[in-house]
Design a protein around this ligand. Sequence first.
Ligand code: NIG
Ligand code: FE
Length: 411
Amino acid sequence: MSSAGGARRLLVRDLAQLATPAGTAAPLRGSALGAIDVLEDAYILCAGGVVESVGPMRKLGTIDGDVEELDGRGLCAIPGLVDCHTHACFAGDRVEEFALRATGASYEELHAAGGGIMATVRATRAAGEPALAELVQEHRRWMLRAGTTTFESKSGYGLDLDTEVASLRAIRQEGGVPTWLGAHAVPPEFDDADAYLDFALSEVLPAAAPLAEAADVFVERGAFDPPQARRYLTACADAGLVLRLHGDQFTELGAVQLALELGARSIDHLEATGSEGVAALARSDVAAVLLPASALFLGRPMPPGRALVEAGAIVALATDFNPGSAFCESLPLITSLAATQLRLSPGEALAACTVNAAHVLGRADRLGRLAPGYAADIVLIDATDWRYLAYHLGGDPVAGVVRSGARAELR
Ligand code: NIG
Ligand code: FE
């Protein structure tokens, strides 16, 4: 029997459980979000980088030709995790700031004093493209070890032409889904946000647009206000980019309304979003990307996860991996935080960082489920109940990862 991609086939057999978001629809909302199909004593047959079939072991017939076998006894399989919001392209660290914050300095104070995001901008500008590519590679490995088989990464620590372009290239080189975060902060060589946007839109956008899939903006006091964000996003949409926003992280400034008005793919953070924002998102096709590690790391209120799910919004989860507000690459930990802090069920959390995260990245037709025709991206959980993914708080539940039908080297 011939299969796409030739002889490379992989059989994951004798799995205690296979757990996958039910159905084929995307994105998932409301009660559909938590519907997980669980098969006991299961197999997954992969060929040519995609799932050929899944089912109970008793239905597994004889397989012709060369097949590599992977022993799934004592393990559960879930879809490869999709991290739809990271800032993985940065140099340096902010461990000093972390220590200061631990005893009382606030993130916003550090930012206002020229630390915070600008400290990472200085380190990233100084690094150069080869070093940046190595750093993204290192971060990609950390994510893979935690079960992330697809990651998005933003630029946004360059904020000059050369470093933004180098960042987007480094992200692409490492297989990341690139987002141009050209409006992350106003760098010190500009007097104000409008002057910086004049430069970013005339000089950087033409070079960034062919390298990126989406554009993102930080709507916040001290960053960009809604009129500035509208100007930036409108120009980015005209250049063919999908629109995303960092909104309502500290203050509700109207970012939700702007996201709706511009038909953005997502608005991310939402820690400060009130009931009107929740209701507006629920009526829209704008995904709410929740980043509980960032709220935890900064000691901020959690976003209204349960309210968003119950109102029927499109909810996704991501790490926000970055050196300042969320030095955390683990989506398993995010699912634990979702269950304990956002009051999402383990099933809702799983769908939010598989199918719905794939939707945010425009890839839900091929990523986020373990079903025939989807990418053979599989995470093996070291437990006989898949919900240990969320249950084992801060544990290391990932026993193995398969990416495009091949076992991934994790260490
Ligand atoms: O999503 N809020 C703005 N941007 C990032 C943090 C970046 C940083 O602190 O370096 C975030 O939290
Ligand atoms: Fe972010």
